[in-house]
Ligand binder design. Structure first.
Ligand code: TXA
Ligand code: MG
Length: 343
């Protein structure tokens, strides 16, 4: 199969929608990361998403809509919970995914067999145009091969999906660069299952009872059931080994400059540039968490573009604001391997 790279012209979006209407899968830009989109209510189309990604069948997909009314129009849930309505009013369109009890209209394959459905209304205009032109809600996981870093450009999608899907819409670089915040609303508690562009602090500004699931920054305990199946799986990993380093500036420089210059790369801040003597990928300014989030997946993909690199040591961000989302992705990319030089 030839994979077309499409523009965001009306003609091209209609062409992409025609692939979706006939049960195909299309690469879709969103404000978070690119998605692999298909009709969420068509079992056969959704099966193609799982196949293209090599995704385990128990890991459910997010269902994307273009207007709040789509929830009712497509009968995704029997009733929208009051807290979900409140969140939708404040944060949609935007990088927030809300989990709600599903209706029988949503096939089990889409929700990985769960009785809940994850719904998101993206702010990206081209994503919403594609949903409208397709005339159906779109199931869309991140458009990477399962386990590798999420794609934030059409080229990233092309390198993972070339030959597997008919088309990718090129909407440029994703604005946020990290996937949406995923929350469940149950018993009047909002639980953050995956941190993202909407921070825990943002959520608390509209609702006081917000908890962050322990598994966001910690390994699941032996036998513990994942509240979100995605928590169980290896994620975001380049081929080289990633190790997080918690340390002061000086301790980091002393440590990193002792490493083998031919096999190691440092992921560090712009301010570190003059002090790090081995090859470095600069993640942005130390205080600029938005830039770090925006660049993170492209930086992780760059690690494998550095020849002969076996290990990437990454400076560990603070878990505040969107930093929690950056840390959540990095800690998984590192398989929870963290060196603490401050202890
Ligand atoms: O920003 C995003 O959310 C992107 C773009 C394309 O919208 N999509 C995305 O999808 O990141 P994916 O499939 O890579 O991640 C979805 C996460 C997974 O960890 C999955 O386990 C969780 O959401 N999830 C989906 N439905 C769920 C449900 N019903 N209950 C619990 N977790 C759910
Ligand atoms: Mg993903």
């Amino acid at each position: 199969m030839n994979t077309l790279l499409l523009s965001t012209s009306e003609e091209d979006i209609n062409l992409a929608a025609s692939f979706i209407k006939t049960g195909g899968v299309v690469g879709m830009p969103t404000e978070t990361v690119y998605g692999l989109a298909a009709n969420a209510l068509d079992e056969k189309a959704v099966a193609k998403i799982f196949e293209a990604k090599g995704r385990p069948s128990d890991n459910p997909l997010i269902v994307h809509i273009s207007d709040f009314e789509d929830i009712e129009k497509f009968g995704l849930v029997n009733e929208v919970p009051a807290v979900a309505k409140l969140l939708a009013e404040k944060f949609w369109p935007g990088p927030l995914t809300i989990i709600m009890p599903k209706s029988d209209n949503v096939p089990e394959i889409t929700t990985g067999g769960l009785d809940t459905v994850a719904v998101r209304l993206p702010s990206d205009v081209n994503a919403r145009k594609l949903i409208r032109a397709s005339g159906c809600p779109l199931a869309a996981p991140s458009a990477n091969i399962s386990g590798s870093p999420s794609p934030t450009t059409a080229n990233h999608v092309f390198s993972d999906m070339n030959g597997k899907i008919p088309a990718i819409i090129d909407g440029g670089e994703c604005q946020v660069g990290l996937e949406s915040t995923v929350v469940s609303v149950k018993d009047d508690v909002i639980t953050v299952l995956r941190p993202g562009g909407i921070t825990a602090e943002d959520l608390r500004s509209v609702y006081s009872n917000v908890e962050v699931c322990d598994a966001v920054l910690n390994k699941l305990k032996e036998g513990e059931t994942a509240l979100s199946p995605g928590m169980k799986y290896k994620h975001y990993s380049p081929k080289a080994k990633v190790i997080l380093v918690k340390s002061s500036d000086k301790a980091f420089y002393d440590f990193i400059n002792k490493q083998n210059i031919d096999e190691t790369v440092a992921l560090c801040y712009k301010e570190d540039e003059d002090f790090v003597k081995i090859p470095a990928i600069l993640m942005g300014s130390k205080e600029d968490l938005e830039a770090q989030a925006h660049n993170l997946f492209a930086d992780l993909r760059l690690i494998d573009a550095c020849e002969n690199v076996k290990t990437a040591y990454v400076r560990c961000p603070e878990a505040e604001g969107i930093g929690m989302a950056v840390l959540n992705r990095l800690i998984r990319a590192a398989g929870f391997e963290v060196i603490n030089l401050d202890e």
